[in-house]
Design a protein around this ligand. Structure first.
Ligand code: CIZ
Ligand code: SF4
Length: 363
């Protein structure tokens, strides 16, 4: 049997898609569990069994009995779900084009070259702990597993960095320079001891002396969504609403984080605003779908939630998981056809799991 072709779904109306998603889910029952990341669009999010950040979702997925984990998120998240779930479970990404532009800013060839070049400047395995943000491909997590390194998320980066410094005096942090810088800053590391490694320049654009003096090398990567926020937007909000509270994701620039009242992961942003006193007003620097959903949820308590940017910026890759792709995936599953499974090669999965488990052991 060949899978149902996606082309047949292009012409479906939104209402038809929604009805077909519901029918397929009914038919599948416990055969499939549907996970949705906080950044997922509302017309997909409404079908979620489980919601959360990438880490929470992977933990929850592994706890379910369902053989099929339909991950409405981006590629690296489905990889983590595959690695952390039981062998008989399969992670599925409804559209394989749902990548993460930040994760794509580092790849294994470039990280291996960086490691080699650092090895020419000093004894790299004795000096650097590699730390990868969870927003990275599985082979980079495996690299960390193999070289005494670890994975971090935006919720636990501080604890992870402490662990890393406990093992070796320096950190190579990839792929998000902003999360790395903010984490180092919170540990009291001066900005000039955190240097950007540009993977497109020889020796990262640094001198051996600069490398020797640095505590953290920050990979030159960033999130295209979170770079849309700036301090001018915060200043304008504070001028209009002196009692307003500003909360930002650590993928935002250092300037934005430093000008905010709170900085934290999506889980922290959601929790902080949900638990805040009635009547408070918030400016939020993270993805639009999350902010709009949160605004609707807390409006009945008289809380006002406003998006930080004046222009619309969504995670366009996450957005690719739309009702058409979801209907296509689920109807194929209901017909006994597996489409878009995400399978991390076993050798890579084993090393990546080592780096993930080192993280999970810490919290
Ligand atoms: O780890 C995640 O889910 C991401 C991408 C962000 C966050 O802060 O939760
Ligand atoms: Fe990647 Fe940015 Fe999208 Fe998060 S918001 S998944 S970091 S592109």
């Amino acid at each position: 049997m060949t899978p149902l072709p996606f082309d047949d779904y292009h012409a479906l109306s939104d209402a038809e898609c929604q009805a077909r998603i519901r029918a397929a889910r009914q038919q599948l029952g416990k055969e499939a569990v549907l996970l949705c990341h906080h950044y997922q669009r509302a017309d997909v999010y409404q079908h979620a069994d489980l919601t959360g950040d990438s880490l929470k979702l992977s933990r929850l997925a592994a706890e379910t009995d369902s053989p099929h984990i339909v991950f409405c998120g981006v590629h690296f998240m489905a990889e983590v779900a595959d690695i952390m779930s039981r062998p008989e479970q399969t992670a599925i990404l409804p559209d394989l084009a749902a990548g993460c532009s930040m994760a794509d800013m580092a790849n294994l060839a470039k990280v291996e070259r960086c490691w080699r070049e650092l090895g020419e400047a000093l004894e790299v395995e004795a000096n650097f702990t590699p730390v990868t943000y969870i927003n990275s491909a599985a082979d980079l997590k495996a690299f960390c597993g193999e070289h005494g390194g670890i994975v971090c998320t935006s919720s636990n980066a501080g604890v992870i960095a402490q662990w890393a410094f406990g093992r070796r005096p320096k950190i190579l942090f990839f792929p998000d320079q902003h999360l790395g810088r903010w984490t180092g800053h919170n540990m009291g590391i001066p900005l000039d001891e955190m240097r950007v490694w540009d993977p497109d320049l020889p020796l990262g654009g640094l001198t051996p002396n600069a490398i020797n003096q640095a505590k953290i090398l920050l990979w030159k990567g960033h999130c295209s969504v979170h770079q849309m926020f700036n301090k001018r937007q915060i200043d304008a909000f504070r001028a209009r609403h002196p009692d307003g509270i500003v909360i930002a994701h650590p993928e935002c620039s250092f300037e934005v984080c430093a000008a905010s009242d709170h900085v934290g992961s999506t889980e922290l942003i959601v929790k902080t605003i949900k638990e805040a006193p009635a009547g408070t007003r918030w400016l939020v620097g993270t993805e639009l779908n999350l902010v709009e959903r949160l605004a609707r949820e807390v409006a009945p308590q008289g809380k006002t939630v406003q998006f930080m940017s004046d222009i619309i910026c969504m995670c366009s890759t996450m957005q690719r998981i739309d009702p058409r792709h979801l209907a296509w995936t689920l109807e194929n599953l209901a017909a006994g056809q597996l489409v878009n499974p995400i399978i991390v090669p076993p050798h890579e999965a084993k090393l990546a799991k080592l780096a993930l488990e080192r993280m999970l052991a810490l919290r």
